[in-house]
Design a binder for this molecule. Sequence first.
Ligand code: FAD
Length: 273
Amino acid sequence: MKFSSYWLDSAPPFRGGITTPAEGRADVVIVGGGFTGLSAALSLARKGASVIVLEAGRVVGEGSGRNGGQCNNGTAHDFAGLSATLGLGRARELYQAFDAGVDAVERLVMEERIDCGFTRCGKIKLAAKPAHFDKLARTADILAREVDPSVRLLTPEALTAEVGSPIFHGGLLFPRSARMHMGRFGVGLAEAAARRPHPREQPGHRHRPPGRGPLPRLHGGRRPRRSRPGPGGDRRLHPGAVRLVPAADRAGRQLHRRHRSIVPVGPGRHHAG
Ligand SMILES: Cc1cc2nc3c(=O)[nH]c(=O)nc-3n(C[C@H](O)[C@H](O)[C@H](O)COP(=O)(O)OP(=O)(O)OC[C@H]3O[C@@H](n4cnc5c(N)ncnc54)[C@H](O)[C@@H]3O)c2cc1C
């Protein structure tokens, strides 16, 4: 039996990183090169920030490279139950946020030309018992009426034709869900971030010295505050000198010097010293 991840085993290696220690200043330092960190880095770099991503292991080597490969729309919770708990408006917002998430992944794949086989193949919630089918039918009804007219209830016969197995009692099809090769997507995301052109290479650039001027807003929210240079001056990367974006989901892991790879993105690329 093989214990390594298929996504990681069959993805091309990421070649845009630096393995020497980080030095210099950046607008933002991100800890963790999974989907969260890499997409934040790309988004910030697109807004003109200089970013360093610190990754303790391999880019997308943890959760992002070891998952089911589904890029699902729809909430994991039953929509009728969610509406009863949160109210219809909030449940609808949540559902639409998941839709927007899948759209955002698709947009990234297209814009950055990431070869990861992103396909809107759909997702089916299966009824393992007859009672499950009744519940799915009620969910299909409320979903189609309130938030997603694309969902389709599959009778046991229609489901058998779809999946080739008669053991289920019907299902609910979400045609907007997608799948992709997670390793190729992650490496593509990292490559896209690492190849962001320096702003001086972009048309209409106005010089902004590194570490000066307001930091970009994220999602229309407040701007992060820029911290003052510490005792090492402007060149040194030290705690407090840059904005740290905690992107890792396994807090507390030690960052060993020899295991770091650094993805410099955006303006004022930072060099190993
Ligand atoms: C078994 C399984 C199946 C899943 N299936 C799906 C699915 O089908 N579809 C889906 O959408 N989601 C799925 N998920 C969830 C999805 O994989 C995660 O939500 C997603 O990968 C989280 O990305 P992340 O960037 O936040 O975290 P990670 O991908 O875990 O990235 C965090 C990174 O931070 C690094 N790091 C941690 N600590 C430090 C440190 N101190 N210094 C430097 N670096 C550090 C780690 O090495 C890691 O690379 C699944 C998850 C699991 C576990």
